[in-house]
Design a protein around this ligand. Sequence first.
Ligand code: ADP
Ligand code: MG
Length: 704
Amino acid sequence: MRPPSLNPLFASAEALTGIGPRLLVLLKKALALPPGVTAPRVLDLLWHLPNGVIDRRAEPSVADAVPGTIATLRVRVLKHRGPPRGNTKAPYKVACEDETGRLDLVFFHAERRFIESQLPEGELRYVSGRVERYGDTLQMSHPDYIVPPERRADLPLLEPVYGLTAGLSGKILGKAIRQAVQNVADMPEWQETGWREARGFPPIREALERLHRPTDAADVSPTSVVRQRLAYDELLAGQLALGIVRQGDRQRPGRSTIGDGRIRARLLGALPFSLTGSQRTALTEIEADMAAPTRMQRLLQGDVGSGKTLVALLSMAIAVEAGGQAALMAPTEVLARQHAETIAPLAEAAGLRIGLLTGREKGRTRAAVLERLATGEIDILVGTHALFQPDVVYRDLAFVVIDEQHRFGVHQRMALQGKGGALGVNVLAMTATPIPRTLLMTHYGDLDVSRLTEKPAGRKPITTTLVSTDRLEEVIDGLKRAIGQGAQVYWVCPLIETNATSEMAAAEERAAHLAQTFGDQVGLIHGAMAGPAKDKVMEAFSADRLKVLVATTVIEVGVNVPNASIMVIEHAERFGLAQLHQLRGRVGRGSRQSYCVLLWKGPLGNAATARLEMMRDTEDGFLIAEKDLELRGGGEVLGSRQSGAPEFRIAEVPGFEELLTAARADAQMILNADPTLSSPRGMALRTLLYLFEQDEAVRLFRAA
Ligand code: ADP
Ligand code: MG
């Protein structure tokens, strides 16, 4: 159970004074909410960190105020001067003064009544804002703050600056966040005092105060000890959660799965090619893991097109040879179907029975799959996370392959562990993203890794060109020639960040435009289409009935149409490097020379140019991933940003890697000494886990 002291933080932000339904909607836009959280909570305000401060500490007399700077002035209101009748453009002015001089407060499109109530003639007011010179007079237009002397404390002398959204003012957000900070109860300290003090880390509450109600501008900087403390807390929570999950995996013995090789032999016999060396090595490693009486946790990493799916199929065959069942989970429905289709002919040749289960299988179809699964008439079930819904019962699930693992979190991993009976299941995760070591650590702890380093024989390099959108018609002419010679083309329209509708519209418009040249040979696929409609388009493209497939990024992972040899990516400058690499990997799979055309629209900054040139000059996924990491930081490389949710809410600070390494070592030490987190520090650490919403891991203590 969550410590009650944290409850106020998990309440809806609406609980705060001044936050109603309308502001809640704006907050939802401005704050980065973690996956699954639909309405902003008090906690989400806490983690919305300032990216700077406005310094209002200068309190000169009017005579000493420096034009162009922010100042807080103590003035007496003299006289209101509204704009002359009929002239709405002229500003409303309020003349003020102190002992040293005159200052005009200036308001455009003024709300007269509001100004009159704020600035009664004859009274003293503190006003804060940018001082300007206008002709001979000193003025301040639209002061940020106007407060009477008795409410002087409401004027933040160091005001944090927050990321906003249209309609949400910094003042209102700041006020809400200050309230959120007040809701933070005293929490037990989970960091060791000596260590904490040696690093200069303040206690958690103090850290939050110093960030959101700064008295020292330096505290707000990403390199400050305050930020470092919070970053460390978040990293430690993550590492502890991983450690606890891993610990659970290790403590429980795993299932030893040994096959006799008969199905694998048939599969290999049905292949028109032989395995690459690294496919063979990976299979040997996987076979050994499966045979061992411990639970397998292995990541299979290989660039797009390196042949991971085949390795997965052969591994699943081991489980079936041993009398069990296997499941293959893909991140999207399109991919799940594609996997089922590619696997089907081979599987059939080897006598493997395949089933498909996604969100789309419903009613009788679904019931039939579940029935065959429970009786063991399905050897391998392919699908999306629908595979692990509570009512899906396997006769004997022995092995699970998760494609594009990084899209699944600890939660899903736990759900699937529940399906494997007392001994749990062996898990093989697959990813095309060459994940750097430190990131592997943050996400999976110490997973074992197999790498597919060779490309299958017969792959030709892809020629990548950078072309300005101004030359669109030339590109279309080129496609006409290539299609005349039998080529097929992917045409990718960009992700439009905030607006799925305009993204669709852009793709539709492009498809219509291309249809002027290519007629009904143009197909369109986008994320908002219903499943069966998507299938139909994919199928027509696979069967070569469509020559041009216009798509939003739904084709990003895994799609395999070997005859498609040209990839056009529109607004390539808007994509991340890893994404471009994934997309480009869709071509170069068949016998044709393949091309990737990166259409860009200027003006391009230096960084964008460098990124596109990098794509043109290399096909090395590892180089590209490293560059991507350097340019964008961890979360984006792992793809989680695509859903709009940040990987870390606060940990992305300079020195991240050093903190991560320390947090990891710390987590290990903690769990070695106190595996169930029951010591006093352990209990405090449980609070930490709840605070950073890693409490799924705490529940494992009860399950064990
Ligand atoms: P990945 O999933 O790693 O992107 P796939 O498993 O989809 O790659 O393989 C891409 C293509 O390469 C498929 O058409 C597959 O049949 C083929 N392939 C796999 N292994 C080999 C190999 N050893 N030799 C030749 N082609 C292979
Ligand atoms: Mg694949």
